[in-house]
Design a protein around this ligand. Structure first.
Ligand code: GLP
Length: 240
């Protein structure tokens, strides 16, 4: 733990993703026991181990709501790389929720943004799970995104396309746009759990935790949230 960390950010340094997932699971279990009903969920490789733990756990989500951060624009829900497909496989098919929400990648912009903001207004998020991009994006809120954004259409940066191309057959197939909950939507969650693993996330984590709070580093806004837990392995914590 670094003494300059903002007091609201609790850093948990873990051995690996497996241990990180167990720490996150316990935080989720505690929140459920305390009455949490709405869970903001993330995609990417980072939360996969947590979803494995959740699938195997005895926590009952059948009366709970899941709201995902983002979705690629242009991918049908059934596309193998859509975040909808990812979530079904990783969690929802095995661990039913009362309702699950993910932006529709083929819906027209204005309708979809309004629909998603209405969902977020109806169901305030109790616990938000986050990963972090190598450029410190959260959700798909790329550097420069206003801290006041709600759901919006995002043009993905080259860096994000490059980082995410491993899931597609080629870089050309990675969508260039996405719908994402905004920074203000994320900050409205009561509790935030961000996980980051590996050396390639070290700089983003350090800037988010110890750097200035600036829109060029989207995750730095977490310094202004009252209840954040950041779970990192040694490599991701190496620049803290
Ligand atoms: C994508 C997602 C983010 C995720 C990030 C990191 O851009 N929209 O929510 O945090 O990737 O992905 P990974 O966990 O695979 O490193």
């Amino acid at each position: 733990m670094n003494s300059t960390n903002p007091a609201n950010i609790k850093i948990e340094i873990v051995k690996d993703k497996e241990e990180g997932a167990k720490v996150a699971l316990q935080l989720i279990r505690k929140a459920v026991n305390e009455g949490a009903t709405v869970f903001g969920l993330a995609t990417g490789s980072t939360p996969e181990m947590l979803y494995k733990e959740l699938r195997a756990s005895d926590i009952d989500f059948s009366d709970k709501i899941a709201i995902n951060l983002d979705e690629y624009i242009g991918l049908d829900v059934g596309h193998p790389q859509s975040y909808k497909t990812f979530m079904q496989k990783q969690l929802f098919d095995k661990k039913p929720f009362k309702e699950t929400h993910i932006p529709h990648g083929l819906a027209p912009e204005e309708t979809e943004i309004n629909r998603y903001n209405d969902i977020l207004e109806k169901y305030p998020i109790d616990v938000q799970i986050l990963g972090i991009g190598t450029n410190a994006h959260i959700g798909f809120n790329e550097p420069g995104t206003s801290f006041s954004t709600k759901t919006h259409k995002v043009e993905l940066t080259k860096e994000t396309i490059e980082a995410n191309k491993r899931n597609f057959d080629s870089e050309k197939e990675v969508p260039e746009f996405a719908y994402s909950m905004g920074i203000a939507s994320i900050m409205a969650a009561k509790k935030i759990i961000l996980m980051a693993y590996g050396k390639r996330k070290a700089e983003a984590v350090a800037k988010a935790v110890n750097g200035p709070v600036v829109e060029d580093v989207p995750a730095s806004i977490l310094q202004r949230h009252p209840d954040v837990v950041i779970i990192v392995d040694e490599e991701a914590a190496s620049q803290l």
